[in-house]
Design a protein around this ligand. Structure first.
Ligand code: CDP
Length: 230
């Protein structure tokens, strides 16, 4: 086989996309692209500049000025905004709360999709997001749509934050944030979250990372005709 495939992973917040995409990329020796980190970086840059999601002209100008680079590092993927590492800052509850508003803007989507397609030029990429299989790489050789129940997704997110799962107040907060983002991401006009026609749907509720990884590897092997055994 010539060019290595592109693998698209889409799904809602907390569905396990990031963990699975990273594990899959590592196992296959492919590059990993976290497109959510790009939208989060735009939201961070816009907040710093005092630009709201409704100001299309100011957002357009901001997008011309900023540079967003995703790079691999020994500690995992890093996000550089204008050369500075913002990997932690883009994950704060404040950015999580506002990111979907910025991500729904066509100016923002156009600029990010262009950068994402550049990353896929040579194949050998696992890309995760909301519109990867539908808009960014509609010809991706393998597509997955990863989902899980809302409660399970909220519990996972709470664990990511290192918080106690029995903290019901915090759980309610996270659940509300995720439900709100689900609704904005699904209902938006441009590139909404949807299941691409040819995507394999995986409900990760109650499955371990390894179990999901095995399902994915089997599908990759089926499509590429190569064994993915390590
Ligand atoms: O990790 P989590 O699922 O919380 O979110 P993320 O993947 O970091 O994405 C953050 C937000 O960026 C999403 O809620 C979407 O609003 C937006 N996004 C998008 O619109 N399109 C993508 N391809 C990726 C993310």
């Amino acid at each position: 086989m010539g060019r290595k495939p592109i693998i698209a992973l889409d799904g809602p917040a907390g569905s396990g996309k990031s963990t699975q995409a990273r594990a899959l990329a590592e196992r296959l020796g492919y590059r990993y692209l976290d497109t959510g980190a790009m939208y989060r970086s735009v939201a961070l840059a816009a907040r710093r500049a005092g630009v709201g999601p409704e100001d299309g002209a100011a957002l357009g100008a901001l997008l011309e000025r900023i540079s967003i680079v995703l790079e691999a590092s020994p500690e995992g993927p890093r996000v550089l905004l204008d050369g500075a590492d913002v990997s932690a800052e883009i994950r704060t509850p404040e950015i999580s709360r506002v990111v979907s508003g910025y991500a729904s803007r066509p100016e923002v989507r156009m600029a990010m999709v262009r950068l994402q397609r550049e990353q896929g030029r040579d194949g050998g990429l696992v890309a995760e997001g909301r519109d990867i299989g539908s808009v960014v790489f509609p010809d991706a050789e393998v597509k997955f749509y990863v989902e899980a129940s809302l409660e399970e997704r909220a519990r996972r997110r709470l664990r990511d934050f290192g918080a106690d799962e029995s903290d019901t107040e915090r759980l309610e907060e996270v659940l509300a944030d995720i439900a709100n983002r689900d609704s904005v991401d699904t209902g938006r006009e441009h590139s909404p979250l949807l299941v691409a026609e040819d995507a394999v749907r995986i409900d990760t509720t109650g499955l371990t990372v390894d179990e999901v990884l095995e399902i994915m590897l089997a599908r990759v092997a089926e499509v590429t005709g190569c064994s993915t055994e390590s």
